[in-house]
Design a protein around this ligand. Structure first.
Ligand code: SF4
Length: 181
């Protein structure tokens, strides 16, 4: 018999968000700024654009743009023109922004499981949901259909042809696609 796990996922998501809100408030950071710091700390270099932040956090362009300006003013992030595409702006954490994210991350409850089968199960669920909704974007690189393993520590992105390190494969990518189920 199949059982819906939607209530469990809803609860996990709201508990995680409540914890982030609490930690951010203790550190006198707005929730949206903490969410942007988290995203920029975890995303790869294909995914650090203002538009990607808008899409990942499902916020309006106006509110993200305002937050980015404030965060830049506080010295938490900086913007630079992409080397590959001069029309595109890239966002990065400054050293101060990275320290802020580390403070937040250390204070958050761990979301880790010792049983690998639980994480595999969640990954399959994400794959199923994402493919139902057009299969594009914002999952972890090592689960992407384009991720090619060259050896234990060297990988290649089959979409762009770029080499990837092991740590690159742990990042969130906007171009991510799961293999067909
Ligand atoms: S392999 Fe997939 S997830 Fe990884 S960088 Fe390439 S497109 Fe992005």
């Amino acid at each position: 018999m199949k059982e819906s796990i939607a209530p469990v996922l809803e609860r996990l998501s709201s508990l995680r968000r409540a914890a982030l809100r609490r930690v951010a408030a203790n550190l006198e950071i707005q929730l949206i700024h903490a969410e942007i710091l988290e995203y920029l700390a975890l995303c790869n270099h294909y995914s650090n654009t203002p538009q990607a932040v808008v899409e990942y956090l499902s916020q309006t362009k106006g509110s993200i743009s305002q937050s980015l300006k404030l965060m830049e003013g506080k010295g938490l992030i900086f913007r630079k023109v992409s080397k590959e595409d001069k029309r595109s702006l890239r966002l990065s954490l400054t050293a101060k922004g990275r320290r802020r994210w580390e403070q937040i991350s250390e204070a958050l409850p761990r979301m880790e499981v010792a049983d690998i089968s639980v994480s595999n199960c969640l990954e399959r669920l994400l794959q199923s949901l994402q493919t139902q909704q057009g299969n594009k974007g914002f999952s972890i690189c090592h689960t992407c259909r384009y991720n090619e393993s060259l050896d234990d520590s060297h990988f290649r992105c089959g979409l762009t042809g770029e080499d990837l390190s092991l740590s690159d494969t742990q990042k969130i990518c906007r171009e991510h696609e799961f293999a067909e189920l």
